[in-house]
Design a protein around this ligand. Structure first.
Ligand code: ATP
Length: 353
């Protein structure tokens, strides 16, 4: 429904020119919770601003439901934005803030009143309708900002790191809340974050960006379990990278063990690097069945919910094994011990690079 077609954005000119987006193409579907994920400076906000119409692309086109909106001013697009700092009017009431945009659009008074109440119900803020926004909490302000952006019933809602000012617990609550709002309203959400866990929790699909490019687009499971390249794997979750030899649908690791894999397109037999997530690695006795690799324990880190063992393979490669903690179970791993390492079936991913 939103088509970004071969978009490049360059700021400035001559020696000062900086290209923030390079030949970016993506189609965001109707009713989708779509996330742009990447490190600071990768171009996420720039892409969002192009969709909003605050900036024109240097090259390329943007279409909404088939209509070319590349040069359409922001106020003529059925698109609204929630900014990181909410930008509420502190002296106005919650209801006044939500009504403001509708009043600007010249909507009739009774319709505005009805929409304001509908939005207050949607974000569960009915009781604080008459409170000034300077007198409510950060989480409540966030809800008001959302209600205000949703009030004109946009087709697309753009959200630029809207939860970054909230503490961890509130952020988790709001993640669930945002997902609920998106599915209840059926509005397409384009969400920008650098927080991989936030992206995995909320999104239907994620575009992982780096250096002004989109590296991979997929649903959370695809992005986490089958990252196409090392950058994506590294950015999302904990990773082990090992060297191996690919031959006819199997990888034999330099450190030992042969594993069935589904190599991505374009990767030929020969030397490859593979990803194995630490939670798919288990430590056992050296003679245990399925323990295809032998390693030495370097150190063991307890973090409440999990224990991570840092191991060294005979090739000198490092590998981490992550196990959930059972109450009362104490760690059996000793630094310096020789252990067997087994890798869950299907857990070896061949990377493109
Ligand atoms: P963050 O998470 O830090 O907000 P981001 O991924 O959203 O990062 P952008 O804000 O899109 O990144 O910026 C991408 C790059 O483009 C940055 O290197 C930034 O300095 C540059 N940039 C953005 N706006 C301009 C501008 N108006 N003029 C020149 N360079 C700009």
């Amino acid at each position: 429904m939103i088509e970004i077609d071969k978009v490049t954005k360059t700021f400035g000119a001559g020696d000062a020119a900086f290209t923030a987006l390079r030949d970016v193409s993506v189609t965001i579907r109707e009713n989708e919770f779509f996330t742009l994920l990447g490190p600071s400076g990768c171009g996420k906000t720039t892409l969002l601003r192009l969709i909003a119409g605050f900036e024109p692309p240097t090259i390329g086109a943007i279409r909404l439901s088939g209509r070319d909106i590349t040069r359409l001013p922001p106020n003529q697009r059925p698109v609204n934005t929630v900014f990181q700092n909410y930008a509420l009017f502190p002296h106005m009431s919650v209801a006044g803030n939500i009504a403001f945009g509708l009043e600007m659009l010249g909507k009739p008074k009774d319709e505005i009143a009805k929409t304001v109440d509908e939005m207050l119900r949607l974000v569960r803020m009915e009781e604080l309708k008459h409170r000034k926004t300077s007198e409510i909490s950060g989480g409540q302000q966030q809800r008001v900002a959302l209600a205000r952006a949703l009030a004109p019933h946009p087709e697309v809602l753009l959200l630029d790191e809207p939860l970054s000012a909230l503490d961890l617990k509130l952020r988790k609550e709001m993640q669930i809340e945002l997902k609920r709002l998106q599915s209840e309203t059926g509005i397409t959400f384009v969400f920008v974050t650098h927080d991989q866990e936030e992206a995995l929790t909320m999104s239907d699909r994620i575009a992982v960006m780096s250096g002004g490019r989109i590296l991979q687009i997929g649903n959370p499971r695809e992005i986490y379990e089958r990252p196409s390249e090392r950058f994506v794997a590294n950015f999302i979750g904990e990773s082990n990278f090992l060297n191996g030899q690919l031959s006819a649908g199997s990888v034999t690791l330099e450190a030992g063990g042969t594993f069935t894999v589904e190599p991505p397109q374009g990767v030929a037999d020969g030397k490859v690097s593979v990803l194995i997530r630490p939670e798919h690695v288990t430590v056992a006795g050296t003679g245990a069945e399925g323990a295809a690799l032998i390693a030495t324990v370097e150190n063991v880190v307890y973090s409440g919910e999990a224990t991570v063992a840092h191991l060294k393979l005979k090739t000198g490669e490092a590998i981490k094994a992550r196990a959930s903690n059972l109450p009362g179970a104490s760690g059996l791993l000793e630094t310096g011990a020789q252990v067997g390492v087994s890798v869950a079936p299907g857990a070896v991913t061949v990377l493109v690079d």
